[in-house]
Design a protein around this ligand. Structure first.
Ligand SMILES: Cc1cc2nc3c(=O)[nH]c(=O)nc-3n(C[C@H](O)[C@H](O)[C@H](O)COP(=O)(O)OP(=O)(O)OC[C@H]3O[C@@H](n4cnc5c(N)ncnc54)[C@H](O)[C@@H]3O)c2cc1C
Length: 566
């Protein structure tokens, strides 16, 4: 990619979207590199102007017209976000992350983040073009977003900018290996995860990902009060958008305003915004939890997973850093174990050692990052999926999905009478997060026990999750409904009672979210027949305010299998 030289012009724009960080941000790094190169090519004596260690007084004087200037932009498209089912917690998280990003850009790079508001992607096109004109931008850079509307928006902007002689460069940044980088030998997309993963690993073994650094280019430090003004703008737009989302999600559904406040408070406590918080979360996970990941990852009460998905979704951390740090941790563990073994059992050959455990945990975690890449490969290859089509259209159209709103609402509210499902849904509604195992179990329950169209569940998850991400969410739902790539075979249907027995043996998670069942023993909670009996008019739980299971799992399972068999 060639950038214009400073002699021609000097204004560059970084348009942030789902990449809200400074560190290892491909587009930002490329833009600052090119601006710096242009500066040094045209003014070799000014080589050190971007080094933040050099005091301003010591820097050579440069005429302002010759200095490249980097601007940064974020456009709030609140109505589009609602149309895309963004949750209120994710919207809130984006604004909280923007505050941190604006501060980092200002403090580290002397870049002012302009945060503008418009309704949707159509009007966003005008907003971006106008910004470019007002600031005499000659080159804009962004990182790719792979969903259909986003790609169309970018294509339209690219065309308009081209007419005005402004270049728009886009970079792959959301993945460890971007869409189309992992293909079969015939250069087609893998339809199954395992061979995709093998190829993904082999590519990364030979060419590990690069990390991109960003240097300061702007030589004029903006006045200190500019940061306060930027933060005030972000806060103002945050409050405006909060009101819009509140109307859509809470007032329209006559929910309690206290529920909204509590939800946002819970999310804020768990998901501290910004790239430093994200990086600390990664470090803590690698130091404390990853070594038990393979065993503990399926037990929701342990909270033993990384909880990085929200950060990855808004781009507050780069997936490449997650990958490289995990690899580094695996190597360190291997070395420590090998040394320990040499000291304690010097005669035993290393190759026979049994220290693979922790490495296996790490490899398992890395494979989850690969799932994230896999689902992005899928939507980039099959844009129709973004518009509601199942990967396996034949299976999806053969079955007669239910559209029973009453059943659906009971599932949404956590009132199905199946303790693990209700605990998971209430956790989601109150925190904006749900553990992976529970996402699978609740999605299977909706699609196989209630036989409700997976699209309804997919949408509800997007409207509630702080990490709502089209590709991963759609992939997870199509997997659960047995209509996706590499989907769960239709006859392998999770029994929510045995899932609870295996993964929440002492019912700690269930009791956290269903306090009305605190006194009930796990042996009753994990057994559908016993629970039905206990909740019946003459049963020991007759006075407990908790519904009978709304479907009998065995029967529902047979019905679902019959539908898929056709
Ligand atoms: C029905 C359903 C819906 C889902 N919706 C989303 C969603 O909207 N956004 C989202 O990020 N993930 C989604 N997932 C995947 C997964 O549940 C979450 O990524 C995970 O629970 C996040 O917790 P964590 O960060 O602690 O994960 P960890 O176990 O620590 O995994 C590390 C990272 O790997 C990625 N990852 C893990 N599992 C998966 C997976 N199955 N598919 C794709 N990426 C994965 C995530 O980015 C995650 O942060 C969904 C899964 C299912 C079954």
């Amino acid at each position: 990619m060639t950038f214009p030289s400073v002699a021609d012009s000097t204004s560059y724009l970084m348009w942030f979207r789902r990449d809200l960080r400074v560190e290892d941000n491909t587009a930002l790094s490329q833009l600052t590199d090119s601006a710096k190169q242009a500066l040094t090519q045209n003014n070799p004596s000014q080589l050190d102007v971007s080094q933040s260690s050099v005091s301003k007084a010591a820097q050579p004087t440069i005429s302002n017209s010759a200095q490249p200037k980097i601007h940064a932009l974020f456009v709030v498209t609140a109505e589009q976000w609602l149309e895309h089912d963004m949750s209120i917690v994710q919207m809130d998280f984006i604004f909280r992350t923007l505050e941190v990003l604006a501060t980092s850009l200002f403090d580290q790079l002397d870049i002012e983040l302009h945060v503008l508001k418009t309704a949707d992607f159509d009007s966003c096109i005008e907003t971006v073009i106008n910004f470019c004109q007002q600031h005499s931008i000659t080159h804009m850079a962004s990182n790719y977003e792979y969903e259909v509307n986003e790609m169309q928006r970018d294509a339209a902007i690219e065309q308009r900018l081209k007419q005005q002689g402004i270049e728009f460069s886009r970079y792959h940044d959301q993945c460890i290996l971007p869409p189309k980088a992992v293909t079969t030998n015939d250069e087609t997309m893998y339809k199954v995860f395992t061979p995709f993963y093998k190829k993904w690993q082999s590519i990364l073994e030979t060419s590990p990902p690069n990390l991109y650094s960003t240097e300061r280019v702007n030589s004029d430090k903006p006045a200190a009060e500019r940061l306060s003004q930027i933060l005030a703008t972000i806060d103002d737009l945050h409050q405006q958008t909060l009101r819009l989302f509140s109307t859509a999600y809470f007032e329209a559904q006559s929910s309690n305003q206290n529920d909204q406040a509590q939800l946002l408070k819970n999310a804020e406590e768990t998901f501290v915004a910004g790239e430093i918080a994200a990086y600390q979360q990664l470090q803590t996970f690698l130091a404390e939890d990853i070594q038990r990941y393979d065993i503990a990852r399926d037990q929701p009460a342990l909270e033993a997973t990384s909880r990085l998905s929200a950060y990855l979704t808004v781009g507050a951390i780069s997936p490449r850093i997650c990958y490289l740090k995990a690899k580094q941790a695996a190597e360190a563990i291997y070395e420590t174990n090998a040394l320990n073994r040499l000291e304690t059992q010097p005669t035993k050959p290393l190759e026979n050692s049994n220290e693979a455990g922790a490495e296996q945990d790490i490899q398992r975690w890395i494979s989850e990052l690969a799932w994230r890449d896999f689902y992005r490969h899928v939507i980039a290859d099959r844009p129709d999926i973004v518009k509601g089509t199942a990967f396996n259209k034949a299976a999806d159209t053969k079955v007669h999905w239910s559209y029973d709103e009453q059943d659906f609402n009971r599932w949404c509210q956590g009132q199905t009478g199946v303790p693990l499902i209700d605990a998971a849904m209430r956790c989601l509604n109150q925190t904006g997060f749900m553990h992976n195992r529970l996402r699978m179990v609740t999605a299977m329950f909706l699609t196989k026990d209630l036989f409700i169209d997976w699209r309804w569940g997919e949408r509800y998850f997007m409207q509630r999750l702080i990490d709502g991400d089209f590709a991963s969410n759609n992939g997870g739902w199509q997997w659960s409904a047995s209509v996706g790539t590499d989907a769960a075979p239709y006859f392998r249907i999770m029994n929510p009672f045995s899932q609870a027995k295996t993964h929440d043996k002492e019912a700690i998670f269930i009791k956290t979210w269903l306090p009305e069942l605190k006194a009930v023993t796990p042996s009753i909670l994990h057994d559908e027949a016993k629970l039905r009996q206990a909740l019946s008019a003459k049963g020991e739980l007759a006075n407990v305010d908790y519904p009978q299971p709304m479907v009998e799992h065995k029967q529902a399972r047979l019905y679902a299998i019959g539908q898929f068999k056709g």
